[in-house]
Design a protein around this ligand. Structure first.
Ligand code: CTP
Length: 490
């Protein structure tokens, strides 16, 4: 059997592979396999559009080029990825989440960025400048005035030389300082002195995050043009603490940075697109609800990918543990009826993508008080009624968006079920997931996991996509939507 040696490929092809591999978090060999598989599919698929999509994706990736970032260690070139040549100033605040800054620096550098770091005094209680400097391959700045430091470049230069300032973790204190214009240490001074965009990844105790003062500061900062990623809900690093306040994961922060620094073509500029994502929670009583395993990862990734192509994305999300994607307006709902109302209020739109795993049924009436166990009475009987089908409602709506895309997770008769949903719900495409055990990914693998294998079912046929990451499914679907909106004449 023939084999390919990456080393023997043309330099240009190697470079492209390296870039795409870094962007997709794959080895170069794996990236080559995925691309060859996609090329084969594009030759054989009845819709035959995969090659076009791949071309669009490559065109979109095409503007990543340029010199090796300044911070690359001598004689050693870093992969030129989606952040090649970008200079980022990372401000690390003092919180337990500071340890995640180490991974964030690694993620940014493997995407080709040069990362300079400013640490607050409190941050140095959690991670040392030595380990941060080892990862950033640069001097770490800690003092506002340091006449003895040969690296002292001054706060103005520090903040102006970067293209983006990222604060991670952004503590309540750092947020309060910037919201009120304080500048009494290096971190707060560079933030106040900058003329560049600022992204904050807040991390703090849930009570501090929900405190009226922090809410006020967050609103003031947003009004001043500061962008945010996270925080998310979940277990905090401190034991016995859970709630909203957990810093977004380094990969989520890296994605938000990519979106902010993205200067690529925006084929979806001026298009409004609605996306639904996550599960819905249908209450039984004030403390119990009916839910499903949807994580929101695929829907959120699609919303982010559409926003990267310039769309004005409105994401209607059920309760999920992933961060609101940056650059997307997110509306949070719990129940199917709330999701339906939110989607209808967002019409008109150019396209709508229904990724949410909406509960098919809800209890007829949720109990006002917690249902108690009563000795001898046995379990309660829950009467269920059907929830509105949001996709079908929009697919047949008088203000139907030009392009309507649905999802279908099936364990059997995948194509037959997907084709039936396509017709019944009035969609243009159904993205069908094979969640059977035989698919190798399985229901618990797709729902909650990071990988997906889908087929695109439309009136003109079925196109099979290879197994890939959810981010990659999202990027391809966004490119496909851009292609379709370009060719549809209304
Ligand atoms: N959907 C929706 N509203 C619902 C149910 C589903 O908008 N009440 C959307 C989903 O977001 C998805 C598509 O319809 O895009 C298919 O969802 P799925 O759960 O697979 O289909 P159902 O109609 O619920 O059919 P079944 O559960 O019987 O497979």
């Amino acid at each position: 059997m023939a084999s390919i040696t990456i080393r023997n490929l043309d330099d240009e092809v190697k470079e492209l592979l390296r870039r795409l591999a870094a962007e997709n978090d794959r080895s170069m060999e794996e990236q080559a396999r995925v691309m060859i598989r996609a090329a084969v599919d594009s030759q054989t698929g009845p819709i035959g559009r995969l090659d076009q999509i791949e071309r669009t994706l490559q065109e979109l990736a095409g503007s990543h080029s340029g010199a090796i970032p300044a911070a690359a260690p001598a004689g050693k070139s870093l992969p030129r990825g989606s952040l090649a040549n970008k200079r980022i100033l990372l401000v690390i605040g003092g919180g337990i989440a500071a340890y995640k800054a180490l991974d964030l620096i690694r993620r940014l550098r493997e995407r080709g960025a040069a990362v300079r770091v400013v640490m607050t005094t409190a941050a140095q209680e959690f991670v040392t400048p030595l380990s941060i400097g080892a990862l950033s391959a640069d001097h770490v700045f800690t003092e506002l005035f340091d006449r003895n430091d040969e690296h002292d470049v001054g706060h103005i230069r520090l903040s102006r030389e970067a293209e983006l300032l990222v604060v991670a973790p952004a503590t309540a204190d750092l947020m309060a300082k910037l919201a009120n214009g304080h500048a009494n240490d290096l971190a707060s001074t560079v933030l106040l002195a900058t003329d560049k965009p600022v992204l904050m990844a807040p991390a703090m105790n849930p009570r501090m995050w929900s405190h009226a003062a922090t809410r006020r500061n967050r609103a003031a900062l947003a009004k001043d043009g500061i962008s945010f990623v996270g925080p998310t809900k979940g277990e905090m690093a401190e034991s016995n603490e859970a709630g909203e306040g957990r810093m977004a994961e380094p990969l989520e922060i890296a994605a938000a940075i990519e979106a902010m620094l993205d200067t690529r073509a925006k084929p979806l500029a001026g298009r409004r697109i609605i996306v639904t994502s996550g599960p819905t929670h249908e209450p039984i009583d004030p403390v119990r609800y009916i839910a499903n395993r949807s994580s929101g990862k695929q829907g959120h990734a699609i919303a982010a990918a559409l926003a990267r192509l310039g769309a004005d994305v409105r994401l209607v999300s059920g309760p999920v543990g992933v961060a609101d994607p940056s650059g997307v307006k997110t509306i949070h709902v719990e129940r199917a009826q709330e999701m339906r109302d939110a989607v209808e209020q967002l019409l008109p739109a150019d396209a709508a993508v229904f990724v949410a795993a909406v509960a098919d049924w809800r209890t007829e009436a949720s109990a006002g008080e917690k249902i108690k166990k009563v000795a001898g009475e046995g379990p309660p009987v829950l009467r269920m009624v059907e929830n509105p089908d949001i996709l079908a409602g929009i697919g047949h709506h008088k203000q139907r968006p030009t392009l309507v895309v649905g999802f279908a997770a099936e364990t059997h008769d995948l194509l037959r079920n997907a084709e039936a949903k396509l017709a019944r719900k009035g969609a243009d495409f159904i993205v069908a997931n094979d969640v059977s055990q035989e698919s190798g990914i399985g229901p618990s693998g797709v729902m909650g996991g990071d990988r997906n294998r889908v087929r695109i079912v439309s009136k003109t046929g079925v196109e099979e996509w290879p197994e890939m990451s959810k981010d990659e499914v999202a990027a391809r679907l966004a490119a496909l939507i851009a292609e379709r909106l370009k060719t549809i004449v209304v």
